[in-house]
Ligand binder design. Structure first.
Ligand code: TYD
Length: 134
């Protein structure tokens, strides 16, 4: 898996004077079926999340509020995305190392995931990850 398979997806947005609305549907907008959603919030200044890859899990990461950076690494190349609009989602395929950092105050990171939570799916050792990717 390579960093080139990471995609920044622009989601539909319905602009309205009463407030804007965006949405996502598995079949239409994502290369996977949504099995789980989780979110990261109340992140203290300077903290980092992630720092791992997954064997199988695919995700769409959305900054529902505020902003943060996602640092991606496929073992050879690195790329950083800044998410700061709620109508963009970053699609991350399986086997991509990721770290989330630089969270703004009150940011809300919402993640749609292709599988249920499974600790065995995590690759938390970077050297093991590099070996898997080589
Ligand atoms: P983890 O995925 O390691 O957090 P990070 O966002 O920093 O990568 O998850 C932190 C803890 O939360 C870990 O003990 C597992 C638990 N957890 C669940 O129980 N269910 C979930 O869906 C997720 C994402 C995490």
């Amino acid at each position: 898996m390579t960093i080139n398979q990471v995609k920044l997806l622009e989601l539909p947005k319905i602009l309205d004077e009463r407030g804007n609305l965006s949405f996502v549907e598995s079949e239409k907008h994502l290369p996977f079926n949504i099995k789980r959603a989780y979110w990261i919030y109340d992140v203290p200044g300077g903290e980092k999340r992630g720092g791992h890859a997954y064997h199988e899990l695919q995700e769409l990461v959305i900054a529902l509020s505020g902003s943060f950076d996602i640092l991606l690494d496929d073992g050879k190349n690195k790329k950083t995305f800044t998410l700061n609009r709620s109508y963009f989602g970053l699609y991350i395929p399986k086997l991509i190392w990721r770290q989330l950092e630089n969270f703004s105050t009150n940011s809300l990171c919402f993640i749609l995931a292709s599988t249920d939570y499974d600790e065995n799916d995590y690759i938390r050792d970077y050297y093991q990850y590099k070996k898997l990717q080589s």
